[in-house]
Structures are given as C-alpha cells and as structure tokens.
Design a protein around this ligand. Structure first.
Ligand code: SF4
Length: 445
C-alpha cells in the first residue's frame, strides 16, 4: 500500500463463519476494482468495514465492542469512514445508526456491490443503508481475493429456504440461490492454475445446491469439481441432514480427492426438540443418514453442531443429546447454549424457559462428554501415519507447522524442510482432544 492516500485504503474485520470469510474476499475484490487499496492494519486504513455475523449472541457482542472502540477512533481521526456489512445490519437495520454512532453506512449480504458507491456518498455527507435482499445475487463474475495460496473457499450457493426456529439466516441472507455450474467450474480452473491445494465449496445449505441451467445437483457439482482439480483436496460445508442423498455419499466415496469428512449439524438428540426447532427430520432419520454414510465410507470422520437448552428442553431431551454423542462418536462438535435471536420463529412463538444456570450446566455436560470422545478418538490415532496438508506455522513456534488430515483433524509437527502448501505424511506421536502431534516420515510404510 506504499503511496496510497489514507482515504483510499480499507481494512476489513471479519466475524463469524467461513461464508463470511469468503464474502470478505468478494468485498475486497469489489473495493480493489474501484482503485481502493487494502491496508495491512486497521490503523493504516481510512475505511474500516466490519463484516458481521448475527447467528450467535457473542458474535454480536464482539461487533458492538469494535464499534465502541471505532467511535473513539473517529473522534480523533476526521474523515475515517466506518461501515458494517453482512448479517447484523440485515437483522437490526437502520436501528444500527442510533445504537452505534460510529457507523457511516450499512450493507447487507446481497448489496456488497454497492459498497464503493456508499463510501463515495458518505464522503459527500450523511449516513446510508443498502439492505435490500436480492434472490438473484450470487456475485457471479467477482473473483474473491484470498489470503493464502494453499486453501480457497468457493461459495457455490447463498441463502437458505429452511426455517429452523432459532436461526436468523433465512431473513438475514434470504432465499437460496446457486452459482451457475459453469461459473463455479471457471473459478475452480483458476484455482488449479494458481496451485491451490485445497478447495472448500461453501453454502449455508450447500447440499441443496441446484444448477438451474443444466439441472445439476450438489453431487454432480462435487464430482465435477473433484475431477477438475484432481490434485487438490475437496471439502464442503455446511450440509443439512435432509439433503444428504445416497448419490452424494457415493460421490464422496468414489473420488479419492474428496475428503472423507462430513459436518452434519444435528442440534439435538431428541426428536421432540427437533420438531420444536423445525429441523425437518427426526433423530431416527438422522441416524439413518449416519448409517448410510458409514456403510459407504467406513473411515468417514463426522462433526456436528449441538444446542443445549432450547425452548422447552426437558432433562430427558438433554439426556437424548448426550446419548446421541455417545452413539455417533463425532470427531468434534460446535457446542452452544441457546440464546434467543429476536425476530426468529422461536423468539416469536416459543418461551425461552430453560433457566440460564440449567442451560450452562447442560452445555458443560455436553462439552465434557464430547471432549472425552474426541480425546479417545484422537488417541486411537497415535502410532498411525496420516497424510497432512501443511497450512501455516504453528501458533506457538516457527519451528513447527500446522496442517490438517483429510478427516479435518488438526496436526502440529516439526517443520524440518517443509513449507505451508506441502502434502506430507506424519507419524502421530501425541494427542489431545483437539490436536494431534507428530513427525513427518518419508512415505507411508
Ligand atoms: S438450515 Fe436451519 S440452521 Fe442452517 S441456515 Fe438454514 S435455517 Fe439456519
């Protein structure tokens, strides 16, 4: 950014999921197309954008904290422009301006293309919001700017047509729409030419992908992507259990470079709670999907999301969640206790009646059990040799690298002559509930 005037520099703070990380790459590309320059640090930037997530209460709290700090910076720095993009503005809308005086403009998940224009208009005076949902916007033709050269996210669909009672996504991100097949393949070809070693296909409900032009479903897309990028690992997230089809599972099993790892959110082990959550399946149906997946891909690693203390949850529902964890033995889980998100179906129709202390106790029991399971599964890997894609230096030492197995397990190992981007074999010598440790070996014995 040498020589760029501060007013033409921007910095994006990204909150939330991989989809938001991918969206920040889209916004960066849109800024750069208008001549703006990405600053290395927030303090060097004349435009600060928070790309936000409204799914969890603590993500909203973090954004509020940033906005309070930016308010202080604005008092000292005339001309600083602050914008908020993504889910929170879609959720809280113009109320944001009165709540957080630091904000100059708001953009929703379907209006990123307007951001450079909003900046110009803010410079002429006033505060602006561009929050329309557009069920046709897929950002086709915008090539996201990516941080690294090893792993790339490719959003293939946006929005969600489900109506899970606790979730803000259907009204912050709107109806489902899929990126045309040809456009996904073009992006994948570019990633292959640039040497990316891992491609993750993204969508709020990725396995309901549907290409209108050719009638291709997600299994056809996944198969085609894996053939187009045969030397890259292919992953995808997030899947809805009801959209897991046998053809999708067979596509994963039949292509060696599609990782045998599935993130399959369950949310509760109780069919009664799944009904109240409007998840669209029972626990028996979920277990049938797990059995199908394991019968076709025996070495699959599974992960999930689970909520403790949803409206009306009784002790036996909670026990059913614990039993589910014991039965399935997920590799890992995102675990939360329920908090009401205003505007959702649950907020409008159900009573948030589980006391906070009970929610926290149940969550702790879930976490303790899952940690035991993860630790036991990870310890079983000691002594084996696994294929690892090196991603970065480990947080604790430049002498060690961090990478992941095809099953998405984190592995930390001695660097020796290896670099991020290398695909190598590591003999596992140690394990915790979240990480494997080991040393590289020349080849699989
Ligand atoms: S499937 Fe349910 S939880 Fe997932 S984004 Fe859609 S509404 Fe939200």
């Amino acid at each position: 950014m040498m020589g760029a005037e501060k007013g033409s520099t921007f910095f994006i703070h990204t909150f939330g999921c991989q989809m938001n990380q991918a969206d920040s790459g889209i916004i960066t590309a849109l800024f750069q197309a208008e001549g703006y320059v990405q600053a290395e640090k927030e303090l060097d930037a004349g435009i600060v954008l928070l790309n936000t997530c409204a799914v969890r209460e603590n993500a909203v709290d973090r954004v509020e904290h940033f906005l309070q700090r930016l308010q202080g910076r604005k008092k000292r720095e005339k001309g600083l422009i602050v914008g908020v993009a993504g889910c929170i503005p879609q959720y809280k809308r113009e109320e944001m301006f009165s709540l957080y005086p630091a904000i100059d403009f708001l953009a929703g998940p379907d209006t990123y293309r307007t951001i450079p224009l909003l900046v110009e208009q803010v410079r002429r005076g006033g505060k602006l919001a561009s929050l329309e949902l557009n069920s046709k916007e897929t950002y086709e033709g915008v090539e996201p700017v990516r941080d690294g050269v090893t792993s790339a996210f490719v959003p293939v669909m946006r929005g969600c047509n489900n109506r899970c009672a606790y979730c803000v996504v259907p009204f912050t991100r709107g109806r489902e729409r899929s990126q045309p097949f040809s456009s996904v393949m073009l992006e994948v070809q570019k990633l292959v030419a640039s040497g990316y070693r891992e491609i993750t296909l993204l969508g709020q409900n990725v396995n309901s992908y549907w290409d209108v032009e050719h009638g291709y479903d997600f299994s056809a897309l996944l198969d085609a992507v894996s053939r187009e990028a045969p030397k890259a690992r292919i992953r995808f997230t997030t899947s809805h259990p009801k959209d897991i089809s046998e053809s999708l599972v067979r596509a994963i099993a039949s292509r060696p470079n599609i990782c045998n790892a599935l993130h399959l959110p369950v949310q509760s082990g109780s069919s009664r709670m799944l009904g109240r959550m409007h998840r669209g399946h029972t626990i028996e149906e979920y277990m049938e999907k797990i059995a199908l997946i394991r019968s076709i891909i025996p070495d699959v690693t599974l992960s999930t999301d689970i909520i403790a203390g949803f409206c009306g949850e009784q002790e036996e529902d909670h026990q059913a969640s614990l039993a589910l964890l014991s039965n399935v033995r997920f590799d890992s889980a995102y675990m939360f206790f329920y908090s009401t998100r205003p505007g959702t179906l649950a907020a409008e129709t159900l009573e948030d009646d589980v006391p906070e202390a009970v929610k926290k106790r149940r969550l702790q029991e879930i976490i303790d059990l899952q940690n035991q399971i993860s630790s036991s599964l990870f310890h079983e890997a000691i002594g084996t040799v696994v294929e690892v894609l090196a991603e970065s230096e480990s947080r604790r030492s430049t002498e060690r690298l961090m990478g992941r197995t095809a099953g998405n397990r984190t592995v930390v190992f001695d660097r020796e002559h290896h670099q991020p981007g290398d695909l190598l074999h590591v003999r596992i010598t140690g394990a915790t509930s979240a990480t494997l440790t080991g040393q590289s070996v020349p080849q699989v014995p």
